[in-house]
Design a protein around this ligand. Structure first.
Ligand code: HPA
Length: 234
C-alpha cells in the first residue's frame, strides 16, 4: 500500500495502462482483460489487474493533469516496480490534417511547467517516449488501419487556457495535439529508467471546434487500449 494506492505489493503488474478517467479504467479492464480484479479504489481512482493474452496488466486511473498523474506514476514506479507505463487518453487536435478520432502517438511532449520543473530549473528538458514502445505502437496502429499521427504533443496544465498566443506557437511548431499528462509521465520514466508512451485519441479540435460525439468515444477509446496492449507486449 502507498499513500494513494491501496493495492498489495503483488497486485500491480509490471505493465500499467493509465487512462485519466477511473471509469475508463474500469471499462477497459472489463472489456479487454481476463480475470480483472479491482486492486485500488482509494479516492475513487480505480485500478484493476488482470491478464491480456496471458500477460499481466494493470489499468490504473491517473486523474486529470500532471500533478495527479505524478502521484500515481511515482508510486507505481517507486513502490510497485511498474516498468512499462502507457497513458491512454484524449487530446485536442491542433493541426488541420489531424482529424477527430485520429490516433496520436506522442514522440515528445512539450510543456511550460510540470511537477518536475522545480528540479530541472534552467534546463528545458525534452520529454520523449520510449522508442521500443513507440515503434511497436505505430506498427499496431497500422495493422488496425487507424489514422495515426506520430510527433510532438503539448502537455498543458490548464484545460481552460487563457493564452491563445501559446496555442498559436504550438500550432506553428507542428504540435499535433494538446492534453495534460504525458510530459510528466515521460520525465518520471526517464528519471526512474522505465518505459513510457502516450497513445491518444483526438476528441476535439481547437481550430474547427469539432468534438467527438459521446457515442463514438467508446469505440475510439477501445482502439487505443488495443494499440497500447499490443505495443506493451510486442
Ligand atoms: N485541452 C487540454 N486537454 C485536452 C483537450 C484540450 O483541448 N482535449 C482533450 N484533452
Amino acid at each position: 500500500m502507498t499513500v494513494h494506492i491501496g493495492a498489495k505489493p503483488d497486485d500491480i503488474a509490471e505493465t500499467v495502462l493509465m487512462p485519466g478517467d477511473p471509469y475508463r479504467a474500469k471499462w477497459a479492464a472489463e472489456t479487454f482483460l481476463d480475470d480483472a480484479k479491482l486492486v485500488n479504489e482509494v479516492r475513487g481512482m480505480l485500478g484493476f489487474t488482470g491478464t491480456w493474452k496471458g500477460n499481466r496488466v494493470t489499468i490504473q486511473g491517473s486523474g486529470m493533469g500532471m500533478p495527479s498523474l505524478s502521484i500515481y506514476a511515482n508510486e507505481l514506479m517507486m513502490e510497485y516496480n511498474a516498468q512499462t507505463l502507457i497513458r491512454i487518453g484524449s487530446c485536442g487536435g491542433m493541426q488541420p490534417h489531424v482529424g477527430i478520432r485520429d490516433v496520436i502517438i506522442a514522440m515528445t511532449a512539450t510543456t511550460i511547467t510540470s511537477p518536475s520543473s522545480g528540479i530541472f530549473k534552467e534546463v528545458n528538458f525534452a520529454p520523449c517516449a520510449d522508442w521500443s514502445l513507440l515503434n511497436a505502437a505505430v506498427n499496431a496502429a497500422a495493422s488496425k488501419g487507424s489514422k495515426t499521427h506520430v510527433g510532438g504533443i503539448y502537455s498543458s496544465d490548464v484545460f481552460y487556457a487563457e493564452r491563445p498566443d501559446l496555442d498559436e506557437q504550438m500550432v506553428r511548431h507542428g504540435i499535433l495535439g494538446v492534453e495534460m499528462e504525458a510530459a510528466e509521465l515521460y520525465m518520471l520514466a526517464a528519471r526512474h529508467k522505465r518505459r513510457a508512451l502516450a497513445v491518444l485519441t483526438v476528441s476535439d479540435h481547437l481550430q474547427t471546434g469539432e468534438a467527438l460525439p459521446s457515442e463514438d468515444r467508446e469505440k475510439t477509446f477501445g482502439d487505443m487500449v488495443e494499440i497500447a496492449l499490443e505495443a506493451a507486449f510486442a
